[in-house]
Design a protein around this ligand. Structure first.
Ligand code: UT7
Length: 343
């Protein structure tokens, strides 16, 4: 892409959404055969009933390509018109080249720059912030933001504490430049990071600190989570980030039509709803069907909310992500789909 700032930049519009989940359904009953767990424990402690696992030949980019193509079709844009491809993922196909480069090539985004963004389960909201900034500064006119994860690959399928939770999916959004007189766009972002909790959710091996070839145990290559600590952080930060962003935007919780948060645990969503004084029908949840899909969970939830008729043009949406890092990110955006987008 080439950018010359010779015109007034438009407002960034969340123009269209798309998602993809792999076909393979893994039920709690199947998990019960693999590890010492029960459907009753999983449902009571997480809200998950089933999840999707990628096929052996599917990596994160393969899931992301389908989600991206669906979002592009909904937006009515060609791949050539995309200026930047941002892929938020904690499970890239490789350390490098980036998953975004592979995805951009596959969809034919030949005029785009492309890069990965690593903010774990907050990655999609971070990606929207970057897309919004690129568009509103005039650097880009059309940005594709994809959250794509093949978490089942990097989860120890013999560790009951993680294998029942993490799963695979992809979601995508097209962010475009729009006339500020017609589009409200993103009302604001709150992004945060606290590396003091870095060890609470990590994959020890696979980077420069512990290359795979030097890992002592195979389990070093898998997700390690201090569930209790992350749970404490998540319940606190979902409420605090929401309150900070609402206050900064001069809004109250009653102004929000639908909250679409990272689908980590139904208990986290219930807790936040109660603390924020939100009726449960204003907090979207599909965790029972997909588990925790990290950076894919918010765009997947948004796309399903749209397909279920839960999004009405003009609705004010609050998106909240939180997870590894520890990181968090929230944004308030008005749902203003382009005319081709189903609503
Ligand atoms: O996406 C990034 C953000 N991630 C999150 O937000 C995840 C946050 N954490 C959580 O959602 C919860 O902490 C978990 C769902 C991971 C765990 O739930 P918990 O209520 O915090 O359980 P726990 O880790 O305190 O474990 C309670 C018991 C333990 O047994 P003992 O020590 O009490 O005998 C575990 O060994 O539950 C046991 N346990 C299980 N039992 C059956 C842990 N996993 C399982 C399992 N099936 N799958």
């Amino acid at each position: 892409m080439i950018s010359v700032r010779n015109g007034r930049p438009g407002r960034a519009r969340l123009a269209a959404l798309g998602a993809y989940v792999p076909e393979r359904v893994v039920t709690n009953a199947e998990m019960q055969e693999r590890v010492d767990t029960s459907d009753a424990w999983i449902v009571a402690r997480t809200g998950i009933r089933e999840r999707r696992f990628a096929a052996p030949d599917q990596a994160s980019s393969d899931l992301g390509v389908i989600a991206a193509e669906r979002a592009m079709a909904a937006a009515g844009i060609s791949a050539e018109s995309i200026d930047m491809v941002i892929v938020a993922t904690a499970t890239p196909d490789h350390l490098f080249p980036s998953t975004a480069v592979l995805l951009a090539h596959r969809i034919g985004a030949r005029n785009a720059g492309a890069y990965d963004l690593l903010a774990a389960c907050s990655g999609f909201v971070y990606g929207l912030a970057q897309a919004s900034a690129l568009v509103e500064s005039g650097i880009a006119r059309t940005v594709l933001v994809v959250g794509a994860e093949a978490l089942s690959r990097l989860t120890d399928q013999t560790d009951r504490a993680t294998c029942v939770i993490f799963a695979d999916a992809a979601g995508a959004a097209v962010v475009t430049s729009a006339d500020p007189r017609e589009v409200t766009g993103f009302l604001g972002f709150e992004l945060g990071a606290d590396g003091a909790g870095a060890d609470d959710l990590l994959i020890p091996a696979g980077g420069s600190r512990m290359p795979v070839a030097m890992a002592e145990r195979p389990s070093d290559g898998y997700i390690r989570m201090n569930g209790t600590e992350v749970f404490r952080f998540a319940t606190r930060i979902m409420v605090e980030s929401t309150e900070r962003l609402l206050a900064a935007a001069g809004l109250g919780i009653d102004d929000i039509d639908l909250v679409v948060a990272h689908q980590a645990n139904s208990r986290i969503l219930d807790h936040a709803a109660e603390r924020l004084g939100l009726a449960s029908e204003r907090v979207y949840s599909n965790i029972e069907r997909y588990g925790n899909t990290s950076s894919a969970s918010i765009p997947l939830a948004l796309t399903e909310a749209r397909d279920e008729g839960r999004l009405t043009p003009g609705d004010l949406l609050l998106l909240v992500g939180f997870g590894g890092g520890l990181t968090w990110g929230s944004t308030i955006v008005r749902y203003e789909p382009v005319s081709g987008e189903p609503s």
